[in-house]
Design a protein. Structure first.
Lengths: 439, 439
């Protein structure tokens, strides 16, 4: 194979490629060139086959695909810990929305997106699916940080600084896409907030736009039981029936939460090809209910994992979320075999990529894919001894063990520190925003 | 106040004393002398009042009581990740017990206890309640490590290397206490395994021994629904009724798990003064059920938090466990106000101390108590911005943010590394045990 003079060889003690599932490679090198994975070979063969490669020794590390955070609102990190231990609607209507009404702005979104990018990169997340105001600003941060993202164009019937009404939101979204166009690490999705904040008319419009653009429709769906009651009263039908009627219950739909599902709806979700974006921490913290991961998984539904915003989690930590996905699935199904370690690892990587329509590009360590990979240092007491690396990644490892992160072959985290952003300045700026909110 | 020449002053940005609950102090100094907390004052007053003190600046840290890990089996860290994603009885009977049968020994217990001590200390745990074979060996490790522990004297009807039958276990326990006697950081508890592995006769004997010695009775109780069915068949009564009949359902009983409880049993537990040792990760991972924390808490039951052994968790990480205690309580009760942050922090500290009968000595930052305190560094992206320190400690902080740990005023962790034990050698030794188990 012909590679350039600046190709890299990551010499890993362990590699977990994720595809195929539940496979562990030892003493394996990943060869990266022009941002892509060009080879995966035994370490002993590197010297002969890639003598020009810059080698990076990872002697007690596992290299795995970067994590895909499949549902979040990154700028909300600025509200981390602002209001806890409250019911969803009280939390949203009396704390979060008023704070957003008072403070959300381009500068707020930039400050929050930067902090979120640092937190996610340091924790091994290389791609995130977002939904917030000023996605154009978040896009600028994504470009600078070197991370990858699918950015939502928000739509709802609640007036905010971003738009006055649903039509206004859609116009804003069209303008953002028009202005920014394509970028190899940034995609756009339409992101209607929820069935209870979006009209049939707007849903239809978004259906056309997503179909024409080959885009995802990113929606909060069945987060709580109350949403169903409200839909029955307002629309005379269940939210899923409504989406089916509007022609939106299909493979473009990526639905966050889904804590309320009948057996028939699980089957319908599988047939439709809808992806579920599972947010176990937020669902538990807000006491919304348990997404039936075990049954969805057995029905063949593609499940991805998301942290949700830090105002309801309170961390953008995919290692914590992946572990919780397994624990939550087992505990709620009373089935200890639900969501075994290797499956949760898939949910946090390749299945997240699939939900976002990016599984041709990321989500696994395979030749030809982008080099979005992370190194996890297992040399610590909490990861000893090593009986099973995949078990450790899901149940034992903490985000602080992520030592290095690459996206498209660019090293974004080195020895635990972000290379592209100024962490100290970003943390200080976030604190200034918090102080302003308290004043 | 007269203090010695070697007194210390911890100058903390924040102090969370835990008692009283939900209080935050800023720019506060903790004065430590002869292993005890002798004063808690404003930083500005230290120079004048304690000019001789060795000062330790903690400018972006919160100092809080060391965590009390209220239920575990520390040497089982050597089986971390050995068997996952299995039902409790299959996991226990086909994997854990055979491994113990083959490998448990003095050397195994020493290696595991050392690894557990490193992991717990680095994660901010300063006291743990244990139950395993060779507690005399764990005691030696506790002495050397400088950590604090209540060590269980195991009793069950399963023959092991430690004893052949229940009477043999009791003899072993009596011999251990006789041999070791008192130690200011080590206490002993009787630890019958579970109602389904201990006879009425032995329970009665242990009731007499714990009453005579003012000791705790540390028991697995109602871990699964199956245990109740089995008790009804074998003993003709519910396990709690049996313990009541045997005179053991009282304030000396500390009961791990308790996932199956009726409303009447919750009230009876409160009246009896039984402490519940809540292990949310193990209960979820083994799909045992949800301990009704919200209802127990409202009934006034003292709830402590434990990690259980690393074979079923798979970490001895009280920060992860404390967060999960809140999430688990809210999610299972469908009540977002259950187990608010400050209450889970109490469960992980003062309520753990109370369960172990040590709340006169540890569990809070109060003048006169032992200086078992930890410093948590909030200077990282995942803990920014700071709206609410107590929320951060429970929902956002990871164990890696524990920078320093003191027990009885002795610094056991400094800048994240254990000072009293050789981490590298202990990790390497643990790996040799794992390799032996695989061979």
């Amino acid at each position: 194979m012909t590679v350039s003079a600046d190709c890299q060889a990551l010499l890993a003690k362990y590699v977990v490629p994720v595809v195929p599932e539940n496979v562990l490679l030892e003493d394996t090198a990943i060869i990266i060139d022009h941002g892509a994975i060009v080879d995966v070979i035994d370490i002993s063969a590197v010297g002969e086959r890639y003598p020009q490669a810059t080698v990076q020794a990872l002697p007690h590390h596992v290299v795995m695909p970067g994590m895909v955070n499949a549902h979040g609102h990154s700028p909300m990190v600025l509200m981390r810990g602002l209001a806890d231990d409250l019911p969803l609607m009280e939390w949203l209507q009396n704390h979060i929305w008023p704070a957003e009404q008072a403070f959300a702005s381009e500068d707020f979104v930039r400050a929050g997106s930067e902090l979120a990018a640092v937190e996610m990169l340091q924790g091994g997340t290389t791609c995130f699916n977002d939904n917030y105001f000023f996605p154009n600003i978040t896009a600028e941060v994504v470009e600078a940080a070197g991370i990858r993202a699918l950015l939502g164009l928000p739509v709802m019937n609640v007036p905010t600084i971003w738009a006055d009404d649903e039509a206004g939101y859609i116009d804003q979204g069209l303008a953002v896409v028009e202005q920014h166009g394509g970028h190899d690490r940034i995609g756009w999705a339409w992101a209607p907030h929820a069935p209870y904040t979006v009209s049939d008319e707007s849903f239809c419009r978004l259906g056309e736009l997503t179909e024409a653009g080959g885009m995802r429709l990113h929606l909060h769906l069945l987060e709580t039981a109350g949403e169903i009651e409200q839909s029955l009263q307002t629309h005379g039908e269940h939210p899923i029936d409504r989406l089916v009627r509007l022609g939106l219950y299909n493979e473009r739909l990526i639905a966050a939460h889904m804590t309320q599902l009948t057996a028939e709806q699980i089957e319908a979700t599988a047939r439709a090809g809808v992806s579920v974006l599972h947010c176990p921490a937020a669902n538990m913290k807000l006491a919304s209910g348990f997404c039936p991961i075990d049954r969805l998984d057995r029905a063949g539904v593609n499940i991805a994992i998301g942290t949700d915003g830090a105002a309801s989690n309170n961390r953008l930590d995919m290692f914590a979320e992946m572990r919780l996905a397994s624990l939550n699935a087992k505990g709620s199904a009373l089935n200890p075999e639900a969501a075994p370690a290797a499956r949760s690892l898939s949910m946090a990587t390749i299945q997240g990529a699939r939900a976002l329509g990016l599984d041709h590009l990321i989500g696994s360590i395979e030749v030809g894919k982008a080099a979005d990979v992370i190194a996890v240092d297992l040399d610590e007491a909490g990861s000893a001894p090593i009986h099973n690396v995949i078990s450790h990644l899901v149940y034992a490892v903490g985000r602080h063990q992520v030592s290095d992160v690459w996206v498209s072959g660019q090293r974004l985290v080195q020895a635990g520190e972000v290379t592209t952003l100024d962490r100290s300045a970003i943390v200080a700026n976030a604190q200034r925003w918090a102080d302003k909110m308290h004043a």
